[in-house]
Write a protein that binds this ligand. Structure first.
Ligand SMILES: Cc1cc2nc3c(=O)[nH]c(=O)nc-3n(C[C@H](O)[C@H](O)[C@H](O)COP(=O)(O)O)c2cc1C
Length: 353
């Protein structure tokens, strides 16, 4: 199992074409209310959208094996399972000889004994269903303390949303297949994805995550810091190639007089005038919204012809991928980014950081 967290411990298991994917969530305090309808809402947001997503559509019903009784955590480990149904093994077997560039096939075949390559095995985005399910519980723990998480697509391919966005925009994006903030951007991002699909190709995208309601001082220092633990978890999501907080890499082009977020008093509370730091200083919340972005690469499995090698003959080879794939990962990854954020923040909350 692959584990995240110290007090709220999340462990992930399963593979793409096995019977199920699932998780064990330890450390949810006894009596914590868990609303399965809200969990189903989170699961629906991870599903592929017609046209711009993969044709592999799963029911994604979350089965509670144990740990939740009468709508409340019973204090034991919570085990959740999500059945795999819509699988097609045939398209994946060629990758055992001719690994897909950009996917995990080559290192996995060489490093992992008995690696089951069907659907990408344990490297599949399919496992993110279990992350979203457990993240839904963590999200509810945080919401009870007034901490709210949202996300949206800041860019898809070369289509970029250049406006300043807040939590309401992020929540509004749930109504658009691309997770854009406006209908106009949704149409442009959708066109970009469809154009890539038509060319048997794929595009990348940037997911922006916003968290409101963190009190000043929430988080830890050094390796327990809010940004360090979040970056660690977000980089664990397949296809994530970058994480930046606030102004991120662009902050290097500012002067300190411009980048420092000035403090002001507003209605008896300390607030920051700007939010270049993304709400984190010293590893802890400065009370501003926590804002970070995660970069997702173009989906590695594309229909266009690619160069690879034949592992049996040790010769150069060509590969044409036939399976069902997302032409862009970012819109579905948004709910996964929110889920790992919820798991990290709820763990830090339980640790009293
Ligand atoms: C929600 C989600 C869906 C994904 N769907 C696909 C897909 O359809 N086809 C594919 O090749 N990769 C897909 N991926 C990405 C691969 O799982 C990932 O690129 C691969 O495991 C290699 O890991 P890396 O990109 O982190 O190096 C998806 C990832 C996520 C998060």
């Amino acid at each position: 199992m692959y584990t995240l967290g110290k007090k709220l411990r999340f462990s992930l298991f399963g593979k793409s074409h096995g019977p199920c994917v699932g998780c064990v969530l330890e450390g949810v305090p006894q009596g914590t209310p868990i609303d399965m309808e809200s969990l189903a809402h989170d699961m629906a947001l991870r599903k592929p959208s017609k046209g711009i997503g993969t044709d592999r559509v799963e029911a994604d019903k979350v089965d509670v094996i144990c740990g939740i009784e009468d709508g409340k955590a019973d204090g034991n480990a919570i085990i959740l399972e999500i059945a795999n149904g819509n699988v097609d093994d045939s398209k994946y077997l060629p990758f055992e000889e001719t690994p897909r560039p950009g996917h995990a096939d080559l290192p996995a075949l060489l490093a992992l004994p008995k690696f089951d390559i069907r659907g990408g095995g344990q490297f599949s985005g399919r496992l993110t269903a279990a992350i979203v399910a457990a993240g839904g519980i963590a999200r509810q723990m945080l919401a009870a303390k007034g901490i709210v998480i949202g996300s949206f697509c800041r860019s898809i391919g070369n289509v970029e949303d250049c406006d300043e966005r807040g939590i309401e925009d992020a929540k509004r994006s749930e109504g658009f297949p691309t997770r854009a903030c406006t209908p106009e951007l949704d149409a442009m991002m959708s066109d970009c994805i469809m154009a890539a699909r038509k060319d048997m190709d794929s595009v990348g995208g940037v997911v922006e995550c916003i968290v409101t309601g963190l009190p000043i001082g929430f988080g830890g220092i050094w390796f327990d810091s809010l940004d360090a633990e979040l970056a660690h978890a977000v980089f664990g999501i397949p296809a994530c190639k970058g994480v930046e907080f606030g102004k991120g890499f662009d902050i290097t082009r500012m002067r300190g007089s411009e980048s420092n977020d000035a403090y002001r008093m507003k209605d008896g509370r300390i607030v920051t005038k700007t939010n270049n730091m993304g709400g984190v200083v010293g590893g802890m919340s400065d009370g501003a919204d926590l804002v970070f972005r995660a970069a997702f690469k173009p989906t590695p499995s594309i229909g266009a012809k690619q160069e690879t090698v034949d592992l049996k003959t040790c010769e150069d080879a060509e590969l044409e991928i036939k399976g069902r794939h997302d032409p862009c990962i970012a819109p579905r990854a948004a709910s996964v980014v929110e889920a790992v954020t919820a798991l990290v923040l709820a763990d830090q909350m339980e640790r009293g950081l």
